[in-house]
Write a protein that binds this ligand. Structure first.
Ligand code: NDP
Length: 283
């Protein structure tokens, strides 16, 4: 079985991004810049934010991290975003989710300038993806497509089943697969007889958030399995939404967890930030 290595693909794509950043800087004198905002002290978010900051530095981008206390009001956060929207040194703005309950996430996302919305969560960017005319793609589904392309796995004409329908993974993933001419089925918690759908998948993308939920008997022999899930087990280890050990006996290709889709998400964020900087330059 082919192990779809997000580590390997990430390293290759980041190398290309670093070269493009260098070229862009020497041509324009502008350094692509990303702001990451975190509210509260969610330990998982803190790790992601640190990794994003480090990844920016590694490809030669500027980044700033704003860590705000959990007591920050929505108005204070919106005021910061207004400043960032106007700041020419920043081409990308990302607000780390989840936000504390007293802050309305939808309103916050709506107040990020669509041109700087490198997560592609703003309704304007979501709409653009729907009609296939976009600048940015949401990082995780874009990372999945990059993995498939790297290994020459063409979704065209294949049965693709996406399990999960969240706004950040499942739904955009289904749209991207559709754009690439797959026949797409989206399953979720109300799907009856899930296995009857997953067993039909040539490409199965799983984004549920339940450890090892997809078992080998739910997978068609020879299928490509992309496991987006990241779950922390009691022993502290990470595992995906699919039973890697058992499924790797029958799948033709599969992503491990960790080291599969995970590393691609930040890589796609870097790519979007560079795209945003280039778009500003074209204006
Ligand atoms: P959400 O909780 O927002 O969505 C989960 C989806 O799974 C929902 O659509 C839900 O259905 C569906 N679901 C839940 N239980 C079942 C079930 N028993 N059968 C079928 N479908 C089910 O999660 P996210 O999309 O944000 O994340 C999914 C996973 O991916 C998580 O493990 C998360 O940590 C991981 N993730 C990884 C990233 C990466 O970088 N690799 C980035 C983002 C997420 P319904 O809509 O009906 O409730």
């Amino acid at each position: 079985m082919l192990v779809i290595s997000g580590k390997e693909v990430s390293a290759a794509v980041r190398q290309t991004i670093a070269e493009e950043v260098k070229e862009f800087k020497s041509e324009t004198g502008v350094t692509p810049g990303l702001a990451v905002v975190m509210v509260g002290d969610n330990p998982a978010s803190a790790v992601y934010v640190r990794n994003k900051h480090k990844a920016c530095a590694e490809v030669g981008m500027y980044s700033e991290v704003h860590t705000l206390p959990a007591s920050t009001t929505e108005e204070e956060l919106l005021a910061l975003l207004r400043q960032m929207n106007e700041n020419p040194a920043l081409h990308g703005i990302l607000v780390q989710l989840p936000l504390p309950k007293h802050i309305n996430e939808e309103r916050v996302i709506a107040n990020i300038s669509p041109e700087k919305d490198v997560d592609a969560f703003h309704a304007q960017n979501v709409g653009k993806i729907m009609i296939g005319n976009y600048s940015f793609l949401p990082c995780t589904p874009a990372g999945v497509m990059e993995l498939l392309d790297y290994y020459g796995i063409d979704p065209a004409g294949k049965n693709c089943v996406v399990v999960g329908r969240s706004n950040i993974v499942g739904k955009p993933q289904a749209l991207l697969m559709l754009e690439r001419n797959a026949t797409v089925t989206v399953c979720h918690s109300r799907t009856k007889d899930l296995a009857s759908f997953t067993k039909d998948a040539d490409i199965l993308v799983v984004a549920i958030g339940r450890p090892k939920f997809i078992t080998a008997d739910m997978v068609k022999p020879g299928a490509v399995v992309i496991d987006v899930g990241i779950n922390r087990m009691e022993d502290g280890k990470l595992c995906g939404d699919a039973d890697y050990e058992a499924i790797s006996e029958i799948a033709s290709a599969m992503t491990p967890v960790p080291g599969g889709v995970g590393p691609m998400t930040i890589t796609m964020l870097l790519k979007n930030t560079l795209t945003a900087a280039k778009n500003f330059q074209k204006k």
